[in-house]
Design a protein around this ligand. Sequence first.
Ligand SMILES: [Zn+2]
Ligand SMILES: [Zn+2]
Ligand SMILES: [Zn+2]
Length: 157
Amino acid sequence: MSEHSHDCHIPEEESESIIDNIIERLRKTGMRKTEALEELLQTMLTHHRPFLLTELAEVPGLEDRDQATVYRLIMKLKDAGVVRQLSLGEKGNYFQLNLANHHHDYLLCRECGTVTEVPVECILKSVEEKLSAQHGWKHLTHSLAFQGTCPDCLATA
Ligand SMILES: [Zn+2]
Ligand SMILES: [Zn+2]
Ligand SMILES: [Zn+2]
């Protein structure tokens, strides 16, 4: 990741209990705890950002499986509400871990495909609050991705 990256990073001492918690939830849906599953969750937690399926397929323990198997695993996580799917730009589908109290918006570089977190506070938070207070909407959420050219690509252009 470049020096311009502001991605959300979960320290290891915190991630362990979060992963245990997620695996406990998954166990109730009949999913088994495997090393591959743990590696996958660890990867998606250490850097809390959207991942392409092709990136997740390279996680240790998954790299020898075919992409369809990885996809099925991700879909199970999605059905369980552990992961959400984001459609960003032309690259298509990204997958990100759902974490309570973690809301991020993204910057997507059209040149290199890098996805990075918007480093300023979400302005739509106040819109959501207004919709909730004045129009009675509840449980509002949104996903937002700005698309453009990143500083790294501009520097090498
Ligand atoms: Zn986060
Ligand atoms: Zn770029
Ligand atoms: Zn936002």
